[in-house]
Ligand binder design. Structure first.
Ligand SMILES: [Zn+2]
Length: 352
């Protein structure tokens, strides 16, 4: 905000109106190394894309993470995200490198350390769940803010989920897990466990008010009821879900049940909180044929407060919007918040 002392009342009101403070946005789900994949022709469906993604993951080193994550975190910061949950499955040395990168870029980091029992890359896997929890302890002892992150019901068997759920509950830490992103994952879960992914998470004690289920794109009514009754949050990542051909978030059914929502940039094909929020409302409109499914202040809560809660954060920096930006010309002050969601990109955020 520009200082106004000594200005005429008219000039003062104009100067005051040049910027518009907002709570900083919270990016509750990022795999930052995947930013390198944007624009590459990378497979005809999610599973083919995943092969390219795993090849990119496998070439990561602590040095590369330190440099490339700082660049991407600076982009997030410039776009208005002042906190990020890094869902990390590249190894311990790379976790410390990510924390250094976040510190250098001036963004709050919560490291969501992934448990990976099977599939994927060997560098992502731990031999035992006890080994995984030892890694969690090492990161905590180092003073990093962390969360438990069983990667998915694909990557973690039921006994791992039970122990991780218990640990998160006792330590009062966030628990983040991917679920229901793709139909094939649901079919495999039904074949192995006789139930759907979010039902398995409930059965193994992984659902509660500190739980965030990432995607929930194909969650059915019973699964959404479980999320609502346990107080769990859904992290939607609409630009990534579009890019990967995942499907549409069941937006209105989520809202009808009062399930908290937050947003993430996930594969970082785009880094723009306004675009993620606009997509949430856009998906709801396309699905229902109606407008205003989510209120503007509700969308801003998803983008900030509920993301912070999902990461277990109490505070993170605020931002200012440049009211002189060309995309806000002619917008009256009472319509600025709505115009930000409806028609602006992240370049309206004032530079530090
Ligand atoms: Zn993810």
């Amino acid at each position: 905000m520009i200082g106004v002392s000594g200005s005429s009342p008219l000039l003062a009101s104009r100067l005051v109106a040049e910027s518009f403070p907002l709570p900083g946005f919270v990016n509750a789900h990022s795999h930052t190394f995947q930013r390198a994949l944007r624009g590459r022709a990378a497979g005809g469906d999610f599973w083919a894309w995943r092969e390219n993604m795993l090849a990119e993951a496998d070439r990561q080193t602590p040095e590369l993470v330190r440099v490339s994550y700082e660049t991407a975190y600076r982009e997030m910061r410039a776009a208005g995200f002042t906190a990020v949950g890094e869902f990390h499955y590249l190894g311990l040395a790379e976790a410390f490198a990510a924390a250094e990168a976040a510190s250098a870029a001036g963004i709050e980091l919560v490291l969501l350390h992934a448990a990976y029992a099977r599939g994927g890359l060997s560098r992502s896997r731990q031999e035992t769940v006890r080994g995984y929890l030892a890694e969690v302890e090492a990161l905590r002892d180092f003073g990093l803010r962390i969360g438990l992150a069983p990667h998915s019901v694909r990557a973690c068997p039921a006994d791992w989920l039970e122990q991780i759920g218990r640990y998160a509950e006792q330590a009062e830490l966030p628990l983040h897990v991917h679920a229901d992103e793709q139909p094939k994952e649901i079919e495999e879960c039904q074949a192995e466990h006789g139930c759907r992914p979010i039902e398995l998470l409930a059965r193994t004690g992984c659902l509660g008010p500190r739980t965030t289920v990432v995607h929930a794109t194909h969650a059915d009514g019973a699964e959404l009821d479980l999320l609502a009754s346990t107080g769990a949050t859904i992290c939607a990542c609409p630009t990534t879900e579009a890019d990967l051909g995942d499907g549409f978030l069941p937006a209105e059914r989520i809202r009808g049940r009062g399930i908290p929502l937050c947003i993430g940039t996930d594969s970082n094909v785009r880094i723009d909180p306004f675009e993620e929020l606009r997509e949430l409302e856009g998906i709801a409109r396309r699905q229902t044929g109606r407008r205003g499914i989510f209120q503007t202040d509700e969308l801003f809560r998803f983008g900030s407060e509920l993301g912070g809660r999902a990461l277990g954060l109490e505070k993170w920096a605020g931002i200012e919007i440049d009211l002189e930006h060309r995309s806000l010309h002619g917008v009256s002050s009472e319509h600025v918040a709505g115009a930000l969601v409806a028609g602006c990109g992240a370049d309206v955020v004032e530079k530090e």
